[in-house]
Structures are given as structure tokens and as C-alpha cells.
Design a protein around this ligand. Sequence first.
Ligand code: NAD
Length: 242
Amino acid sequence: MSGRSAIVTGAAQGIGLAIAKKLHEHGASVALVDLDGDRAEQAAKELGGERVLALACDVTDEAGVERVVRTAAEEFGGLDIHVNNAGITRDASLRRMSVEDFDAVVTVHLRGTWLGVRAASAVMREAGRGSIINISSLSGKAGNPGQTNYSAAKAGIIGLTKAAAKELAHRGVRVNAVQPGLIRTAMTAAMPPEAFAEREAAIPMKRAGEPEEVAGAVLFLASDLAAYMTGSVLEVGGGRLM
Ligand code: NAD
């Protein structure tokens, strides 16, 4: 990753922070992007001052996403890796879910990822190389009760990934997705403990995953080890829903 530059969205905590750390440890310059600019600054400090940038941005904001990509590309002298990781949940049964809950989740995941793919690929196609990684979820593969909004958005990210991969392949830009299973972060800490335990028990490896274990798959897809992979979906779920 030495000499490469990366943007990671939703990087103030959880999986995004682990991805930013992993890319940085392996030598990349990394822009940590988050809705919460103060926490992004804090996270950037954890990585150390060198080759790091913290940027506040809402991934649903068209002008904001374009500004982030432009800033990172100017600061780092290009853009090689873009990870669309920012996400939210607003779980509820169909009977209880509001239109606002549906729209909020679909907008952050789908519009946010699409804006990121569009802005990053505009820079990468000019350079003739680049790797975009979109964070989906096993919830988008199999569907989870209480997550009709989230499962729809995460499945949509797969379609987006494959369509973009086909458009960009001949320009040297690869687009892949990762589908994490149950990972220990603030997002899953918000689940009722019984629901978490029940999901964990159903995993063949009998444990939830750690953010670093998702970051490893992202590092692989970002690197030249995955040079012939585009439009693929890597599952990081301890064997769940295979
Ligand atoms: P998290 O809640 O710990 O972190 C998400 C980060 O995204 C936060 O820092 C938040 O401020 C940021 N964010 C939210 N909305 C944003 C917006 N509009 N613009 C910019 N930043 C925004 O969540 P996590 O568990 O680390 O999840 C990261 C990604 O992985 C998400 O896309 C999530 O759907 C996905 N995922 C998580 C799990 C899991 O088990 N934790 C499983 C599968 C997929």
C-alpha cells in the first residue's frame, strides 16, 4: 500500500476505523471521512499524524462527497482506494417502520455509496487505475426480520457494485463488495443481548467477528493481490449463510 492513497467513509469508529487503520499500517495515506468531524479528528490522531486526513462529510450530500474526493486527491496526489462504509440502521418490523426510517437507511447506504462510486471513479478512470470497495452485509444476501429497509439497501449495493464494475473495468478501475456478518461494533451493541446471542449461536465459527477481520478482506481487495477481481462479493461472516 506504500505510495497509495485511500478514502474511508464512516471511519470515526467501528469497521470504518479498523479499515482506515489497516490500510494506514500497510503504508497507505488515508482520509477518514465521517458525519461527525470531531470524532474523525480523534480517530485520525489514533493513526498518528503522518499520511492522515480527517474530513467531515455527510455521504448523502453530493457536493460534500465531491469535495472530499477532490481534497483527498489533491492532498495525497491522487486516489487509489475508496471504501464506501458509512452506514446506519433503523430497525423495526414492517408494521412499525415509518417511511422516514425506510428513506433514511436507503439514502445513506444507496445514495451515499452511489455518490462515492461516482466521485471516486471520476478521478480513478483518468489515472487508469483504482479500487473501490463497497460495504454491504449478509443482511442483504438473506434478509433479516426487522431490517426490510437495511436488507433492501445492502442488496442494492451489490447491484450497484456489479453495474459499476462492468462500466469501469476497461478503465482499470475495480469495484468489489464485502458482506460482513455479525461484527462487534456500536451498531451491533445496540441489539438486544438475546438477539445478539441467538445470531452468534447460528454462526458455524460460533463467534461474532471483529472489525479488523473485515478490514483484512478490504485490504486484500484494495491491493494488487486482487488485481483480477472486479464485481465480486466477499463474505466475512464466520461461515454464516454460506
Ligand atoms: P458504526 O455505527 O459503528 O459506524 C458507522 C459510522 O458511519 C459512524 O462513525 C457514523 O458516524 C458514520 N456515518 C453514519 N451515517 C453517515 C453519513 N450519512 N455520512 C458519513 N458518515 C456516516 O457501524 P459499523 O458496525 O462499524 O458499520 C460500518 C458498515 O458496516 C456499515 O455500512 C454497516 O451497515 C456495515 N455492516 C456492519 C455489520 C456489523 O455487524 N456491525 C455487519 C454488516 C455490515
